[in-house]
Design a protein around this ligand. Structure first.
Ligand SMILES: [Zn+2]
Ligand SMILES: [Zn+2]
Length: 265
């Protein structure tokens, strides 16, 4: 009721007023309605962490696109740029969606090379390969002062896996996230649920907390809640994470993402 309802979509407003949208889950419908009522017509830069359905389901209900008022540019962090245009075309065409005149001309896809940052005004969007079935990205947005926010909605930290490759990958990830003021991270599971979900591509809330402490994040926002988790259960997870941070002597702040949560960085 409080923490759930929509699938992933996060709006980032940069200091230069650039509009970045992270993922196009069902939450993008309400965002589109808000942008329409604000009446501005800036380009929307949508960065998809990957193309799993929960992260793209809302695109066809993004009002600025349908109402012909705004240019939309889509980048995808899964490294498969070549097929992105046909993927987006399919989402916005029969039989997935009725034909809407002119929709394709306002919607562009961008070529996003693996190592390069994507610049939107003063914001640089950096990507790091997540552990997730298929490919997915952890995104980090920097402004002129450095890292501002990182977004890792689907990422399997797999702390139980002590293989050399996984340990090295986690160290590189922690370096990528070093000192980020706000880390939005996958917290789909509880620790005791992990053994039954190895390889599913998600983390526990305490694994996310451990990473946030390791990388010196200022705030951890637990994200991608399990759809069967009720509000009280999510709040218990937040309390456990706060206790873990306190025990580690960390100043990390922890909260769980709720519908409409707004943070200033
Ligand atoms: Zn996914
Ligand atoms: Zn997901």
């Amino acid at each position: 009721m409080r923490y759930g309802g929509n699938t992933p979509c996060v709006e980032v407003r940069a200091a230069d007023d650039g509009l970045l949208i992270l993922d196009a889950g069902t939450g993008i419908r309400a965002l589109g309605a808000q942008l329409m009522s604000d009446g501005d017509a800036r380009t929307a830069h949508i960065f998809l962490s990957h193309r799993h359905s929960d992260h793209v389901l809302g695109l066809s209900h993004f009002a600025p696109l349908i109402s012909q008022t705004r240019e939309v540019l889509i980048c995808c962090g899964d490294g498969e740029t070549a097929s992105l245009q046909s993927f987006v075309d399919a989402l916005l065409s029969p039989p997935m969606f009725p034909y809407v005149d002119g929709i394709r001309s306002r919607l562009g896809v961008c070529d996003w090379q693996h190592s390069a940052a994507r610049q939107v005004g003063t914001s640089g969007v950096h990507r790091f390969a997540a552990q997730h079935p298929g490919e997915a990205a952890v995104l980090r947005i920097d402004d002129a002062q450095g890292p501002a926010v990182a977004y890792a909605p689907d990422n399997e930290l797999a702390y139980a896996d002590q293989s050399e490759a996984t340990v090295r990958w986690r160290a590189r990830l922690a370096a990528f996230l070093r000192g980020v003021p706000v880390l939005v991270h996958d917290a789909t599971y509880r620790d005791e649920e992990l053994p039954a979900h190895v390889g599913w591509g998600h983390s526990s809330s305490l694994e996310a907390t451990r990473l946030a402490i390791e990388c010196g994040a200022g705030m951890l926002v637990l994200f991608h809640h399990h759809p069967d988790r009720d509000d009280e259960a999510v709040e218990r997870m937040v309390e456990e994470s706060r206790a873990m941070a306190m025990q580690a002597g960390s100043a990390l702040r922890v909260l769980a993402a709720w519908e409409g949560l707004a943070l200033s960085v």
